[in-house]
Design a protein around this ligand. Structure first.
Ligand code: GUN
Length: 287
């Protein structure tokens, strides 16, 4: 019987543990952790993600501040806002929701966020610490995937993990996290010939390509753990992932649903990173 990697339940559990830790700090007279979320433009999907992040923060006791800039905002307006938030002592973490409007220098903007507030884990310093297997603010989706595997007792060490996708947000950092945990890691992408020949070797298959239903039964080794990062809405409004769930579900030992798999774990990880940044700023010793 295939088991479901229930990200919604796991994330709820993580959030309530975090809430208890935040409550303890508030009872001790400390301020709330603060997260700033910057959204540039009117991308409807981004607006939903930002709203979900805001609600999750409020529930956990994190003060969430949203900054909305119009789609024709200039790079220097955005940089000025980042600089202001970098200096704000009540803000522990800051994220700039992606995608940014075309023409903006995404890396330059991300590097402007002070590294101790970079709760997305995108900047060179945090990415370098991850590379060196040092404590750091890990990118939220990869961190959430590892937490989901751990929470369900899924062994990583010694397993062959295949990551499909090489983005800076998911594929690359996820590959490093899996490697740091002792997996044998293969990274595939759009230029990989005969993708199925490699994915069929995967004990753990993680897919983050942005291509709906790229992965079907022919890509799966029976008994594999399948993690689907993709989320797409078809014309009838139904959500689907990068994995053709119905086609592969009976072959897998574990699989993430879409929705309710990786998505909620990304948000829970963002809250955890904000807590870690807060602990760093207040000198709280959080293991
Ligand atoms: N857009 C989609 N995923 C992410 C993410 O993890 N962080 C940010 N900032 N934007 C995103």
């Amino acid at each position: 019987m295939t088991k479901i990697l229930d990200g919604k339940a796991c994330a709820a559990n993580m959030r309530s543990q975090l809430q208890a830790k935040i409550d303890a700090q508030l009872a001790d007279g400390k301020r709330r952790p603060g997260l700033a979320v910057i959204l540039v433009g009117e991308d409807p999907a981004s607006a939903i993600y930002v709203r979900n992040k805001h609600r999750a923060c409020e529930k956990a006791g994190i003060k969430s501040m949203q900054y909305l800039l119009p789609s024709d905002a200039t790079e220097s307006q955005l940089i000025d806002l980042i600089d202001t938030l970098n200096e704000d002592p009540e803000i522990d973490g800051m994220i700039i929701q992606l995608p940014l409007p075309a023409g903006m220098d995404v890396v330059k903007i991300q590097e402007r966020v002070r590294s101790d507030k970079d709760v997305d884990g995108f900047c060179a310093e945090q990415a370098g610490l991850l590379f060196r297997n040092r404590p750091c603010l890990e990118s939220c989706t990869p961190k959430g995937i590892i937490s989901l595997l751990d929470a369900n007792g899924i062994e990583i060490e010694g397993q062959h993990a295949v990551v499909v996708g090489r983005s800076d947000i998911v594929g690359k950092p996820l590959s490093i996290l899996l490697l740091n945990r002792g997996a044998t890691v293969s990274i595939c992408h759009s230029k990989t010939p005969d993708l199925a020949a490699i994915t069929r070797q995967a004990d753990i298959l993680c897919v983050a390509t942005g291509k709906r239903h790229l992965i079907s039964a022919e890509h799966i080794k029976p008994g594999a753990v399948v993690v689907d990062v993709g989320i797409h809405r078809d014309d009838s409004g139904k959500l689907a992932g990068d994995v053709n769930y119905e086609d592969v579900v009976d072959l897998c030992s574990w699989i993430t649903p879409v929705p309710g798999g990786v998505g909620p774990m990304t948000i829970a990880s963002l809250l955890e990173n904000t807590w870690l940044a807060y602990c760093d700023h207040l000198g709280i010793n959080e293991a």
